[in-house]
Write a protein that binds this ligand. Structure first.
Ligand SMILES: [Zn+2]
Ligand SMILES: [Zn+2]
Length: 255
């Protein structure tokens, strides 16, 4: 049996550690991917705090390998897989939809009945190899830098989804406020800048991230969030306020 190193959550509320596990073999319809890069997500930290009752309720089982923002190259194909060949560079969907349940068939695959996914309840990408249950979860990335591609599958996709929903509100004279310009908000600033003509104001307490937001396309970056933030935005918009506020922090103060 060939083995590999994997960074696993060993038990509910346990401390993640490097483990030696078998290299998985792809079953029918599955694809074995050799991992090139994995984005780290705040969920990777949250998962370490999940109590056993909640994990069980979610239908997840421990141990599992962490890492759900994955890029890599196709290593082996299970029976029946077409459209990919060993060596193909791919990004791996951060979700794990079955493709055949009622939710998946109507396009709401985020509500798929399958419990968990790669890196959350099932083995993820913080290992040498990862099993992808359906080839439909793979997106060819050509010669795109795999380290650039990996976080697009979750952090990038989450911010893109938020921005796409509000695009109709972003007329050229509109203002969009992004609360928190870290891992998610940094992407939102870029999508707002690239996809719309609205003025983008980042609100972020960390100075380095404010600088980053400006370099990524924000027109202004305010130090916040604090009691005076709303008044400051009203003042900067001539009393009109922002057409869109995207909250990428989600704590009491930002809400
Ligand atoms: Zn995540
Ligand atoms: Zn499904």
């Amino acid at each position: 049996m060939t083995t590999m190193t994997a960074y696993q959550l060993p038990s509910w509320q346990g401390t993640p550690k490097l483990s030696t596990v078998p290299v998985p073999e792809p079953g029918p319809g599955e694809v074995l991917v050799r991992v090139s890069a994995v984005g780290l997500c705040h969920s990777d930290i949250n998962m370490q705090q999940i109590p056993a009752e909640v994990g069980n309720m979610l239908g997840w089982s421990v141990p599992f390998t962490l890492g759900h923002e994955i890029s890599g190259t196709v290593a082996a194909l299970g029976d029946g897989v077409t459209g990919f060949a060993p060596g193909d560079a791919v990004a791996v969907s951060a979700t794990n939809p079955c493709g055949v349940c009622w939710y998946c068939l109507r396009g709401d695959d985020q509500n798929c009945v399958l419990p968990g996914g790669r890196g959350y309840g099932a083995d993820g990408g913080l290992a040498v190899y990862v099993i992808v249950s359906r080839a439909a979860h793979l997106l060819p990335i050509g010669d795109l830098d795999p380290a650039f591609a990996a976080p697009l599958t979750d952090a990038g996709a989450t911010a893109y989804h938020a921005v796409q929903r509000v695009l109709p509100k972003l007329s050229p004279d509109a203002t969009a406020v992004v609360l928190g310009t870290g891992g998610l908000g940094g992407y939102a600033v870029q999508f707002l800048h690239l996809l719309g003509a609205a003025r983008v104001i980042g609100v972020e307490p960390n100075e380095a991230r404010r600088e980053l937001a400006l370099s990524l396309g924000a027109d202004e970056a305010l130090d916040g969030v604090h009691e005076g933030t709303a008044a400051e935005i009203l003042e900067r918009t001539g009393g009109r306020g922002a057409e869109v506020v995207l909250d990428f922090v989600g704590v009491d103060a930002t809400i």
